[in-house]
Design a protein around this ligand. Structure first.
Ligand SMILES: Nc1ncnc2c1ncn2[C@@H]1O[C@H](COP(=O)(O)OP(=O)(O)O)[C@@H](O)[C@H]1O
Ligand SMILES: [Mg+2]
Length: 256
């Protein structure tokens, strides 16, 4: 299908005897929001790391924009438009949100310009872009505060803004709502929705919170013990007996 932007076929990743990901296939339609759910230890993060190039797949094939990227290094994937959230550890907690964004954008520009020094015009462009990203994630008011002082939700938004510094067309988020209080979850959900509705980006995210998944995702894949248990629309997944039986409390789905 021509509108599939990202495809994984028969991905396998073992850690010694642990079959973390076993024969998982996935297709993501350009411009859609797709979620991966599953209980703890299901293999969600391992699959994510295998898809983003952080881990080498034992076998299987990954295609992005029609190009086989199974063995492509991370920087090449980023140059092609694959983005994923920076781990909190790659954010400088004592620097401001704005300075972190400048550093992210500066290194993205360095890659794009093949390490030629960035001139004054480019620097101006970088500052304007940092302002736009701050505005996009609604962090303008906190722009000059150290990231470490922000609420967790704002830190998560800062990570999302930084992942946009490389101009991705596909954004991959591993549990963007983990550990957030309800109000903060809402702020992050709104920004993820805007990635899709305002920027037209494709979003692939791993999430635990069923309420979030069912309200945000257009397609959902359920992983269980490294394998695909089900795949479909929110309505199909909510109605899927195997999914209900496997781990999702019936009451969780019915209360959405
Ligand atoms: N680096 C690793 N080394 C060894 N085992 C791992 C590693 N990462 C994950 N695992 C194991 O692989 C399985 C899947 O883990 P993970 O992908 O983190 O699941 P999830 O993100 O769905 O909670 C678990 O049994 C976990 O213990
Ligand atoms: Mg995980």
């Amino acid at each position: 299908m021509s509108d599939v932007i990202f495809q994984a076929e028969n991905i396998v990743k073992h850690f010694g005897g642990v079959h973390a990901v076993e024969d998982v296939s996935l297709s993501v339609i350009a411009g859609s929001i797709q979620a991966i759910i599953g209980p703890n230890g299901a293999g969600k993060s391992t699959l994510f790391n295998a898809l983003s190039g952080f881990y080498k797949c034992d076998s299987g094939k990954v295609t992005f924009k029609g190009v086989d990227i199974t063995t492509a290094p991370i920087h090449r994937r980023i140059a092609m438009g694959m983005g994923r959230t920076f781990q909190t550890s790659s954010i400088f907690p004592n620097l401001s949100v704005y300075d972190n964004l400048l550093i992210g954008l500066q290194s993205a520009a360095n890659l794009a310009f093949r390490f030629r020094p960035v001139d004054a015009t480019q620097h101006k462009t970088i500052e304007e872009k940092a302002e736009r990203l701050l505005d996009f994630v609604n962090l303008k008011a906190s722009a000059h505060r150290p990231v470490a002082e922000l609420a967790h939700g704002s830190q998560r938004l800062c990570e999302i803004a930084m992942s946009l510094s490389t101009d991705p067309v596909l954004v991959m988020l591993d549990e963007p709502m983990a550990g957030l209080a309800h109000a903060e979850t809402t702020r992050v959900v709104e920004v993820i929705r805007k990635l899709h509705s305002e920027l037209g980006l494709t979003v692939l995210f791993v999430e635990h919170n069923m309420r979030v998944v069912l309200s945000l995702a257009q397609r959902i894949m359920v992983l269980d013990r490294g394998r695909v248990l089900a795949e479909g629309t929110p309505a199909e997944i909510s109605a899927n007996e195997a999914v209900r039986d496997a781990y999702i409390g019936k009451e969780v789905i019915e209360s959405v």
